[in-house]
Design a binder for this molecule. Sequence first.
Ligand code: ZN
Length: 487
Amino acid sequence: MSFEEVIRLAQQRGFFFKAGESYPNSPAGFWDYGPLGVSVRNNVVELWRCLIVKREGMLEIDGSQILPKAVFEASGHLSSFTDPFVRCSKCGSVFRPDKLLEEKTHNQVPEKLQDSEYDSLLVKAEVRCQKCGSALTGTRRFNMMFKVGIGPLQEEAYLRPETCQSIFVDFPLLFKTQRVKLPFGVAQIGRSFRNEIAPRQGLIRLRELTQAEVEVFFNPKRTGEGQFGPLQSDDLTLTSPTGETSKLKVSEAVERGLVPNKLIGYYLALLLRFYAATGLPPEILRFRMLSQEDRAFYSEAAYDLEVNLSVGWLELVACNYRGDHDLGRHSSVSGTDFTVDDGGSKVLPHVFELSMGIDRTLYAILETAMRSEGERRFLSLRPYIAPKKAGVFPLVNKDGLQEVATQIFRELRDTFDVFYDESGSIGRRYARADEVGVPFCVTIDYDSLKDRTVTLRSRDDRSQKRVHTSSLPEMLTAAAQYPRLAN
Ligand SMILES: [Zn+2]
């Protein structure tokens, strides 16, 4: 299914839509989640909690979205969280030079070019303003953090551009109060804010986004121990910086030095298991290894988990071995000791980060779940991801069927995500439920009045069977259950 079809469904049925929709000049890059979108997102987040956070015994925190300037001096965001831009000398339109070059030449532009390198490439490719065709100014830099002023004196602070900084800053306190030992993970889900220069493509590039981040803290001298068990024989698809793709076992990738150690291999495999559980087919997922030039200077290895969609390869998770850079910087700038005891020796832990884009993940799930068969459109979502587990319908609106259906609906709604619908033909109601991925429909007919049985209809194969109403809670419990990973 195409990007446009997903966006059309999302807008028509209220999964998500542009923020400030009623006002014509609302800025791009801000989106609202509607009721169905919130429900799917909550389910994806809960799946992440089950399969990654709880399974690994991670600590989950919820940090402040506004942080003082000093945090971003230490993290380097104040000096280097910038994007290049050029302006039209006539109409003033603003563009990213890398995007202009990619659109003109259809070649990928390396991520970390100098401004002068952009300028010479723009001249060479004869790129001009996309709106009016005039000449462009030279490349300049723009810091993508949103600045805020605190109190009447407008003390300088920033909306966080990533959730992880509070995890690093809180590390000494967490270590002290939570009785943990290395290695351990700290997780956080929440909003981050990036003042992107020209956001496009719906949920794919946002100025206000939802991230689910995990920082695994470990002693770099002890990365081969622990229960990395069966995941070491999971398959990884790795694409090298030069573009060769190989499929190999996690353990093999570690042996061949493509992945620095067992601990990191384990978390890459865990991520793949999470995405398999969201319903994304493994064959459209790969880890792209970033070259040294594309990585931050402190990064020892980095992998982007990407999914192949109608929009091309899309990054879902940035996995980054950050060494001791973050804790070291916060330690030296704040003057707090960030070293901890590990088996009798002092160590400044290393960090492996899994930074997941939740909005993009949601988009990818919707696109890959969308199916059409002739006129029929449906979302083949896993039942535990689906926004509603069942619809409850009276076959006709007379002879007491509505009353019985309403009663069944009321019995279920406190425990399960179910909805009631009595408008239109039963076929239309099935179609509306299919379109938003509802896995089951429960129809009350004349026989239901006699024996309390109902028709249970399944979304994917449209099969129908007769069940007793007393079996519905058990069936819905099973549908809402998140899967477990083998240990
Ligand atoms: Zn122009």
